[in-house]
Design a protein around this ligand. Structure first.
Ligand SMILES: Cc1ncc(COP(=O)(O)O)c(C=O)c1O
Length: 405
């Protein structure tokens, strides 16, 4: 053994919290999805084929040649003032009135989730979330040693009565609940949206119980019929921290998202963000600014939504044709995902390898729960593959299922 290796063995002692980070089931299947001829129903990748690449290349060229000394320099920890203002215009589409000073730009909303959890949660504090919920958020919460308690949903989203019951039993057990994490629009992974009639009730429950709400809304603008639901933030701006992202409506590769929070929280977010990244990428922010202010991005979103709606329909049709009797699924009206419940007794974890062997990959339902659940469920992302591939993927899945018994 070399001296260096023996030193590392004796000195590299992980902190307790390192135990909380597990491989993300979605990232794990990412490599598999890259294999040739593999049909991926796994990742929530936006379809980028409709992006005006030449225009974006011109924008990037102008940025570097005309404003390179700014674009390639460190910038403000809060984000560029221009992007903070543009983000407010984007949020206004969903009825949010925001002051640019309350916007913290992040490297994707995933970073926002981590900053919020760091600022609010001590180890053992409870975060309420929908069951099922976004696997990346669950990973962050667990990594920072929060306890996740998931509240059942139905076709209309989070169930207010179940939320009340969960809060009551946690309080009776002496737990500290820090916030409710919710994805009210085109939920990842459920594909469902919180009914308009439930929104005020959920906001009222949280306020009455002294619990903040973290509203994660990367899919809100991806509505198939172009209608938007009022954000929870509009109902209680002081108690709802809102997360947005350009990942699903423009580009995940640029890593630009944001948090809208009350002034005091926004300042703390900046301090925590600076400790991690010093400042968000100025070049990425400026490219997003050029795209949003110099291109009809809303038309691009409308076009992309037409593609997603057709792919969603192709997926639902294929499910009807190839899934076993007794299977149910959600009927999304936007976003990237549908959530499938197979008859009891079929394990989607056991299905994964046979499915991969037959050339299709998906994420099993258990990934979307912090505690054992979702065994006979799985998520299908219809955002990325063509209608033909979605249909073929679900056919392969049905065939793999038939070999399980
Ligand atoms: C619900 C939800 N929140 C946050 C994220 C992270 O997005 P970003 O690329 O902005 O970090 C995702 C990505 O899939 C998501 O589905």
């Amino acid at each position: 053994m070399t001296e260096t290796a023996s030193i590392s063995l004796h000195t590299l002692r992980f902190a307790d919290r390192a135990e909380g980070y597990h491989p993300s089931p979605v990232r794990e299947v990412f490599e598999v999805s890259m294999q040739p001829n593999m049909i991926s129903l796994a990742g929530g990748n936006p379809d980028l084929a409709g992006l005006p690449l030449e225009r974006i290349a011109d924008m990037a060229h102008s940025l570097i040649s005309e404003r390179g000394l700014e674009a390639l320099q460190y910038g403000s920890g809060a984000g560029t003032p221009e992007l903070q203002a543009l983000v407010c215009e984007v949020m206004a589409l969903e009825g949010i009135e925001a002051d640019p000073e309350n916007v913290q730009i992040t490297s994707g909303s995933q970073m926002g989730l981590e900053l919020i959890t760091k600022l609010f949660c001590n180890p053992g504090d409870v975060i309420l979330a929908e069951g099922p919920s976004y696997v990346g958020a669950l990973g962050t919460f667990e990594g920072l040693q929060a306890e996740v308690v998931q509240v059942p949903m139905d076709e209309e989203g989070l169930v207010p009565g179940q939320l009340r019951a969960a809060i009551a039993s946690l309080k009776a057990a002496g737990k500290t609940i820090k916030f409710l994490y919710t994805i009210p629009n085109f939920n990842n992974p459920a594909g469902t949206s919180l009914a308009v009639g439930r929104r005020q009730e959920i906001v009222d429950i949280a306020r009455a119980e002294g619990i903040a709400i973290v509203e994660d809304n990367p899919y809100g603008l991806l509505s198939f019929d172009g209608s938007y639901k009022a954000a929870l933030h509009t109902l209680d701006p002081e108690n709802v921290i809102y997360l947005g992202s350009f990942s699903k409506i423009f580009s995940p590769g640029l890593r630009v998202g944001w948090v809208l929070a009350p002034a005091e929280v926004r300042k703390r977010l900046q301090l925590a963000a600076e400790a991690t990244t010093i400042c968000p990428s100025v070049l990425s922010q400026m490219l997003v600014e050029s795209y949003i202010s110099g291109f009809d991005w809303r038309q691009h979103v409308r076009d992309a939504c037409r593609t997603y709606a057709s792919r969603c329909q192709a997926t639902l049709d294929a499910l009807a044709e190839y899934m076993p009797a007794g299977t149910t699924w959600t009927r999304p009206t936007g976003g990237f995902f549908t959530w499938i419940t197979l008859p009891e007794g079929i394990s989607t974890e056991a299905l994964l390898q046979p499915a991969i062997d037959s050339g299709v990959v998906f994420v099993p339902g258990s990934a979307f729960f912090a505690h054992a659940a979702g065994e006979n469920q799985f998520r299908v992302a219809f955002s990325f593959e063509s209608e033909e591939s979605l249909r073929e993927g679900i056919r392969r899945l049905g065939a793999a299922m038939a070999t399980l018994a």
